[in-house]
Ligand binder design. Structure first.
Ligand code: G4P
Length: 280
């Protein structure tokens, strides 16, 4: 995990800004479980008026009802948005259609001026761990991009061809999340977007239990045998219940670790942590 210091942030911002002149469109990748919290706070300012497609990746891990609400929300703001599972979906068709849609006005202007359409040039941008490398690999159909979070790994400008209609910059733009917001930082940590231990395991587990009790109580019922009684307990006691149930006696840190691992591995079902209703 990158430690984002102001120097790193400026460098990341500069790297993205410098590449904007080479591209027609930005593919902003976010985690579908966090379609708001996993955005970069300054993206709009950095990309200015560049056309943009928002890709809600890891849609397999997110609550599909909520994903649909987020797609509608961004579309209503004039941002073309698609949901994707970069690990399994054949992403090419979906992304091409979205890019064509986002570039429609420009294509029409060009056509009027007699400019023939050429391959769309795009750059994938997002915070660490949203699946940028996975998506590039899938689009190009082979293992090319570096997986991992290394800002500043710059080579020459390399284009990856995706058929005849799309060319992608080979290195994704890596930006930082909104971790100055405590609630957002917790959500990022719970889903594994922030991997290092910036936050305490037990705090995260308690936060998770409060969240699940409020929004996905059924997950607690099915996975850990909660009844109406446990659902009404304070989160500390809920954590102790899970800990004991899994045979860890009172070692609640093991219980906390188990809960977070199971959540991250999708064992608690498809969950979305950001709600459109909180923004409008
Ligand atoms: P990044 O370049 O944006 O930093 O992300 P990267 O592609 O490295 O993906 C981060 C993690 O997310 C990887 O898991 C990757 O497999 C997983 N991932 C990417 N897209 C999807 C998706 O649509 N759905 C799901 N479920 N997972 C996705 P990892 O645990 O770091 O590695 P591994 O499990 O692939 O070995």
């Amino acid at each position: 995990m990158i430690q984002w210091f102001p120097g790193h942030m400026n460098k990341a911002k500069r790297e993205v800004s410098e590449k904007l002149k080479f591209i027609d469109i930005v593919f902003e990748l976010v985690d579908a479980r966090l379609p708001f919290s996993s955005r970069n706070p300054l993206l709009k300012q950095i990309i200015q008026n560049k056309p943009q497609v928002m890709i809600l990746n890891k849609a397999d891990l997110a609550d599909s009802k909520e994903t649909q609400k987020w797609l509608n929300y961004y579309q209503a703001q004039g941002i073309t948005a698609v949901a994707l599972n970069a690990k399994t979906d054949s992403a090419k068709k979906k992304i091409l259609a979205a890019a064509e849609d986002a570039l429609k006005a420009k294509r029409e202007r060009d056509a009027k001026r007699g400019i023939k359409p050429r391959a769309i040039r795009a750059m994938v941008i997002g915070i660490p761990n949203v699946g940028k490398s996975t998506l590039l690999n899938r689009l190009v159909g082979k293992k090319i991009a570096q997986t991992g979070n290394k800002p500043g790994v710059t080579k020459g400008q390399q284009w990856l061809k995706v058929g005849n209609q799309l060319e992608l910059l080979d290195t994704p733009g890596i930006l930082w999340p909104k971790f100055e917001d405590a609630e957002v930082a917790k959500k990022l940590a719970v889903t594994g977007a922030i991997k290092d231990q910036l936050l305490h395991l037990d705090d995260l587990a308690l936060y998770t239990l409060e969240f699940l009790t409020a929004f996905y109580p059924q997950a607690l019922v099915e996975r850990y045998g909660f009844t109406a009684t446990e659902l009404q307990l304070p989160s500390v006691e809920q954590l102790l219940f899970i800990t004991a149930k899994r045979g860890f006696k009172d070692d609640y840190l093991r219980g906390a670790e188990l809960l977070l691992n199971e959540l991250r591995n999708g064992k608690l079902g498809a969950l979305t942590f950001d709600h459109v209703e909180d923004l409008v």
